[in-house]
Design a protein around this ligand. Structure first.
Ligand code: SF4
Ligand code: SF4
Length: 448
């Protein structure tokens, strides 16, 4: 992915893990030059054996480069393309700077635009604030509606933090029903702090108060999964769930790097041509070189990058190696592996408790989906199967006493399990704890 504005953003989202990255390039203007843009596009094309090239624009906030930068990028793609070659341009943006001209350009050139939004207004505005500390919900929704008006292909990225993680159904139903998206990516906020309280490098064993808690994240995912698997299979795409299906199927790749056995193919290009092993490791120890001096293809194929990718598996602690859901989890992302196992071995994933809860919780529906797919049937057929199972269980529950063991086999009393009166989900107004969404006192920051 290319980051033409480096770490620079027009907003100041409190938990943004890129916020401190501008310190890596003191005095920089944080703008990719036209020469570097040409160098990048040419090398990217030369490095591709396949006929489809994906160009991923990320930030900071990539729209800060201005539209002419991307017009030039399209010109260069056309100039260097080989016969039969096609391009997919994608961009992750906060959407606040978009107007009709941007959207017409995106539509004309088939851009896929990812919009960062954290849920309904109260949840989004908790941390996604501008430099004055004000919520950005209205501006983001305005940008999203403009994209929809121009029929630009969009998807949504939602970061899961300490606040919105307590409102899984409110978040999911808002994105599905009110935003109207059918593609939702959930990214956990794990803001790891060093001794100075900075998130500049991946060091330290503490997290900020904005970071999602492991069990909280597990509950968030399982609650949304239950809603999805009963209603939205085949119509709403959640990469975490799709990756789980791929891993339960035993496919060679899950399609999401964090759930693969090894990593190393999500490199990040800074504005000045410095190439890093991954967007989460834009720090000196993981710099591979500068593409003005060494070709991208050489850097991508370097031993250093191979080792980076292989280390994802080679550094797993024993607890992961012996874990029954490792085939699905793979220890998730190495950036989050900074706690110790019960036996004191370092390198366990901070989110382990959440991932374990999630992957064990989804086992039954996953097995049904896999058997459907292997039989040449559709994954969405899982929905009526689970509905029938739920109806049969409720009929059995109605026949046992509230203090009897629940017929589902959980070991709990029925009144604590399937006999429990369910609160009307997502029907209450959202009430947030008093929070301190303090904007950072920085001139230049970056969005996720
Ligand atoms: S370090 Fe994490 S985000 Fe980066 S490629 Fe590996 S798994 Fe993916
Ligand atoms: S659930 Fe925990 S122990 Fe199991 S593979 Fe994932 S991080 Fe490792």
């Amino acid at each position: 992915m290319a980051k033409p504005t480096g770490a620079i953003c027009n907003l100041a989202c409190s938990y943004c893990f890129f916020l401190d990255k501008e310190l890596l390039y003191p005095g920089s203007g944080f703008r990719m030059s036209d020469d570097m843009l040409e160098n990048y596009i040419r090398q990217l094309i030369e490095g591709h054996r396949s006929s489809e090239v994906t160009v991923t624009w990320q930030g900071g906030e990539p729209t800060l480069m201005g539209l002419d930068f991307y017009r030039k990028a399209i010109e260069l793609e056309n100039q260097y393309r080989r016969p039969g070659m096609t391009f997919v341009n994608t961009m992750q943006t906060n959407g606040t700077l978009l107007n009709d001209e941007w959207c017409e350009f995106f539509k004309e050139h088939n851009f896929l635009i990812g919009i960062s939004i954290d849920g309904p207004r109260e949840l989004h505005d908790a941390y996604r604030v501008n430099k004055g500390g004000a919520g950005t919900f209205d501006q983001v929704i305005r940008g999203l509606r403009l994209l929809q008006k121009h029929e630009v292909e969009t998807n949504v990225l939602t970061t899961v933090n300490r606040i919105n993680a307590d409102y899984p159904l409110e978040v999911y139903r808002f994105l599905r029903d009110e935003v109207g998206t059918d593609w939702i990516q959930f990214i956990p906020v794990v803001e790891r702090l060093d001794q100075q309280g900075m998130a500049l490098y991946q060091t330290g064993t503490t997290v900020s108060e904005r970071s999602v808690q492991p069990e909280q994240f597990g509950r968030f995912l399982t609650t949304i999964f239950d809603e999805w698997v009963m209603n939205d299979v085949g119509s709403v795409f959640v990469p975490t769930f799709e990756a789980a299906v791929s891993n339960w199927m035993g496919l060679p790749s899950s399609g999401v790097c964090v759930f693969n056995k090894t990593c190393g193919s999500a490199l990040a290009l800074e504005h000045n041509g410095d190439l890093y092993s991954c967007d989460h490791f834009v720090e000196p120890d993981y710099g591979l070189g500068n593409i003005a001096e060494t070709d991208i293809i050489e850097l991508v194929a370097s031993n250093r990058q191979r080792k980076f990718g292989q280390d994802k598996f080679d550094t797993l602690p024993r607890q992961c190696l012996e874990c029954e859901v490792r085939f699905a989890c793979h220890g998730e992302c190495p950036k989050n592996r900074f706690i110790s196992t019960a036996s004191g071995e370092p390198g366990l994933n901070y989110l382990c408790a959440g991932w374990y809860h999630f992957f064990t919780h989804i086992e039954h529906p996953m097995k049904i989906i896999v058997s459907l797919l292997r039989a040449g049937r559709l994954a969405e057929e899982v929905m009526p199967i689970l509905s029938k199972e739920a109806a049969a269980l409720q009929a059995t529950v109605a026949q046992v006493g509230r203090n009897d063991l629940c017929p589902c086999g959980s070991g709990l009393k029925t009144k604590q399990c399937h006999g429990r009166k369910r609160a009307a989900a997502a029907s209450q107004p959202i009430r947030l704890p008093v929070h301190q969404a303090q904007p950072r006192a920085r001139a230049m920051v970056m969005s996720e």
